[in-house]
Design a protein around this ligand. Structure first.
Ligand code: DP6
Length: 326
């Protein structure tokens, strides 16, 4: 049992995972496609030790909360697969604010899965790591892979996993992450998923989602940025339509979120290629190309509601690093 530290990039979904057909196994209603985000990372150190009688978890300096309980549950899953009750010390840090809708659970549970199984020398394949990560958090299934990633919906645990459709160096796409608030988001994704089917528009979304996945994969393959960006932006608006029309409605946006969305449209009218997408939070991901990144960043920083901007490139799969957190 070794002390292992893993760094994992989070991701941004172009076609979103929303709704589950199995809540316990976290089998999604539909497949999804994302880009890993180098620059918005989680670093996690895990050490299993025979002398511990329970797990000791610290996430962003905090212990004993809802999130650390979810980590213990995931360690239980890993212990079951390992076949022995041994406990761990876990310390995890993000390079970006957690709880702001920037998918910290995805990078968090992928980093945890990789570090814990490596610490126990379980020797799992990329597919097995993706399947195990998925059970901690759906988006972690994608974060287990690198570059441009597709999560196959699957009807069973064994068939619901992610694979890389293109490596990180295939295409230099940038994500300017615009933070309008650093407070905790009001919508829990895990709870939100259970309401998806209550929207009258959800069944319509499901009818078209396979086609959208094929379409976006084609745009990635051919490096058609404007087509990819426009489809991702429309998908984000459709996803928020589902949120807004669920029973109970979920309004994720803040005034600043709308200000950023409108600025993105204005930038496009001026010939700057950029497109927004938003998860269940209020902060906005603005997808762009390297030649426009600086201008997008400056224009976003000039908006009254913008607190900060984080820059991300296409990220890799989880990597082992030598600097431990304890
Ligand atoms: C809106 O992965 O956070 O970001 O599986 O319950 O942990 P759990 O949910 P989570 O869902 C987030 C979904 C989304 C869209 C996406 O990233 O695909």
């Amino acid at each position: 049992m070794k002390k292992i530290t893993i760094k994992t990039a989070s991701d941004i979904a172009l076609i979103k995972y929303w709704g589950k057909k199995d809540e316990v196994l976290r089998l999604p209603e539909n497949g999804s496609v994302s880009i890993k985000l180098d620059g918005l990372d989680t670093v996690t150190t895990v050490e299993f030790r025979e002398d511990l009688s329970k797990d000791h978890i610290t996430i962003q300096g905090e212990s004993d909360n809802k999130e650390t309980a979810r980590v213990v549950k995931h360690l239980d899953r890993i212990r079951k697969q390992f076949g022995k009750d041994v406990y761990a010390k876990v310390v995890s840090q993000n390079t970006f604010p957690k709880g702001t809708g920037l998918s910290s659970s995805g990078s968090g549970f992928a980093a945890l899965t990789f570090a814990a199984t490596k610490s126990l020398e379980m020797n799992l394949s990329e597919k097995e790591l993706s399947i195990l990560s998925r059970q901690g958090s759906g988006t972690a299934c994608r974060c287990a892979c690198g570059g441009f990633v597709e999560w196959l919906d699957g009807d069973t645990s064994e068939t619901s996993y992610s694979h890389s459709i293109q490596s990180p160096d295939f295409w230099d796409v940038r994500d300017v992450v615009v933070v309008v608030d650093e407070g905790k988001k009001k919508i829990s994704s895990t709870e939100g998923h259970t309401l998806a089917q209550s929207s009258p528009f959800y069944s319509e979304r499901q009818k078209r989602i396979k086609g959208k996945i094929e379409e976006i994969k084609g745009y990635i393959e051919n490096k058609e940025f404007d087509k990819m960006g426009m489809l991702a932006e429309k998908e984000a608006l459709e996803f928020h339509t589902i949120l807004l029309t669920s029973e109970t409605p979920m309004i994720a946006w803040y005034p600043g979120t709308v200000e950023v969305m409108q600025e993105v449209v204005r930038l496009r009218e001026e010939g700057i290629s950029c497109y927004f997408t938003i998860n269940t939070g209020f902060n906005v991901h603005v997808l762009t190309l390297p030649e426009y990144e600086k201008q997008v960043q400056e224009r976003m920083m000039a908006l009254s509601s913008v607190q900060k901007v984080l820059l991300a490139k296409v990220g890799d799969k989880p990597q082992e690093v030598n600097e431990h957190l304890f």
